[in-house]
Design a protein around this ligand. Structure first.
Ligand SMILES: [Zn+2]
Length: 474
């Protein structure tokens, strides 16, 4: 099946052809483990997961790398400011190594809750220090580096023809003449640190010996060293959030192409931001940090968030609101309910291979066309509505949908069916009986109050022509 993907480098949708037949090397810039992952960041990992699933369903063997940044990511893109990890450790009153482990585990918990397939490799930057030093040495031999005394080894971007080509235009973020630490000046405003020296009067928790002095690698170097070590000098797809393209990824290209030749990577893919109602990049909501815990603690299924994400295209910004999540959650639950009914039917028929193939191809080709997730979900809805298709064929197609999108429809529908048969505890049944009495006495206020109590106890009360029924909430 033809796969088409938007490539940030060419700014065009291109037909996807891998470097090696049947295989895809895929690198996703991973989290800096100094804090919980934000749901905007998780949006990007959801999109990467669906991309990987789509490639796999097209028959490719995907080697996927997500790195763990546990050193060197400074609070400012201009290579000044604090190390995010050291800052996070001071905030939590723990060691840098402790917070790296803690927030990586939290990241993996979110990852699993969202049913994202674990990557083939998850390398830590601190495990690849020698590879980073080797890479800097190669750049030094090629004449791309210079030292700022007392500060670090820098990359001279004026030496690399085509610097900034991933995004084009001027890279005005690093202002000309911007001062870096120790009052030294970079040769060019876009130059960046390859190796930072530890401050003379301060012992960092993370520091290593190098040919240039004790210190730590710059953030942009780790992704080059790890991706090339694990995927080879050239690989197919490099992904990141849209905020990484201008500086981080242009810098990665500037470090890699002088060593391995151009083009280093074949396709660059960037997921857009999650934004608030005013279109600003979302970081907090009314002062509350928006991680998965905020979603879980409000009783939302993580799949509801994933469903919301897949209703938008990865290149479009997604405006997040709790109302929007509520409505996505209802949409998700509607599909689950309909599927649960299909699963409980006694006469399902047999899978119609011809019909299966048509719908399978329709969904896979839509998703393979530059990741049209929302359009794929429309086909899923159409499939459920179609009364000409028997339950067995629909269920078989949902098994495919679950592999393709990872939305766990069948799992949730089975859970719903088992909850349907679960008997409510005596105290909840007593509330339901009291509500039936209140209704027969037309005491609507009391009936509403009792419904709220049943709801708070984790049960739904459904009124049917044969009386009310208690069903455990999913
Ligand atoms: Zn990176």
């Amino acid at each position: 099946m033809t796969i088409r993907l938007f490539n940030t480098m060419s700014r065009k949708i291109e037909e996807f052809t891998p470097l090696a037949e049947g295989k895809v090397g895929f690198y996703s810039c991973g989290p800096t483990v100094y804090h919980y992952a934000h749901i905007g960041n998780l949006r990007y990992f959801i999109q990467n997961d669906v991309l990987k699933r789509m490639l796999t369903e097209n028959g490719y063997k995907v080697t996927h790398v997500i790195n763990i940044t546990d050193v060197g990511h400074l609070t400012s893109d201009a290579d000044s400011g604090e190390d995010k990890m050291e800052k996070g450790a001071a905030r939590d009153n723990k060691s840098v190594w402790e917070i790296a482990k803690f927030y990586k585990d939290e990241f993996l918990r979110d990852f699993d809750d969202l049913n994202l397939i674990r990557p083939t490799y998850m390398p830590h930057a601190t495990e690849y220090i020698q590879e980073q030093i080797d890479l800097i040495k190669q750049l030094e031999e090629l004449g791309y580096t210079y030292e700022i005394e007392g500060d670090g080894i820098y990359y001279d971007t004026s030496k690399f023809v085509g610097y900034g080509k991933l995004t084009g235009g001027s890279l005005s973020g690093n202002r000309a003449g911007a001062r870096v630490e120790f009052n030294s000046l970079k040769r060019n405003p876009t130059d960046f640190a390859l190796w930072k020296f530890s401050p003379k009067d301060e012992k960092r928790q993370m520091e290593w010996d190098s040919p240039w002095g004790v210190g730590f690698p710059g953030w942009h170097t780790e992704c080059c060293a790890m991706s090339m070590k694990l995927l080879g000098n050239h690989f197919d797809i490099h992904a990141g959030g849209e905020d990484l393209s201008r500086i981080h990824h242009n810098n990665e290209i500037a470090q890699s192409e002088p060593i391995v030749g151009a083009p280093w990577v074949k396709y660059w893919m960037h997921t857009s931001f999650l934004v608030d109602k005013s279109g600003e990049k979302m970081s907090k909501s009314n002062g509350e940090f928006l991680g998965m815990e905020a979603i879980r603690s409000r009783g939302f299924d993580p799949m509801a968030y994933k469903y919301l994400v897949l209703l938008s295209h990865f290149q479009a910004q997604l405006a997040f609101s709790w109302e929007g999540l509520e409505s996505a959650s209802n949409g998700y639950k509607n599909i689950v309910k309909k599927l649960a009914t299909l699963l409980s039917e006694t006469d399902k028929g047999t899978v119609d291979k011809a019909v299966y193939d048509i719908w399978h191809d329709k969904m896979l080709s839509t998703l393979s066309d530059n990741m049209k997730t929302a359009e794929t979900l429309v086909i899923v809805q159409d499939l459920l509505k179609n009364s000409d298709i028997n339950p067995a064929t629909k269920i078989a197609l949902f098994e495919f949908v679950d592999r393709l999108l990872g939305l766990q429809f069948i799992d949730r529908a089975n859970k719903l069916n088992s909850l349907e048969s679960e008997v409510a505890p005596a105290e909840v049944q007593a509330l339901a009986d009291a509500r039936t009495n209140a209704k027969s006495e037309k005491n609507w206020a009391l009936a509403d109050e009792l419904r709220a109590q049943i709801d708070a106890a984790g049960w739904n009360i459904i009124d049917t022509p044969n009386g009310s029924k208690l069903v455990k909430k999913i």
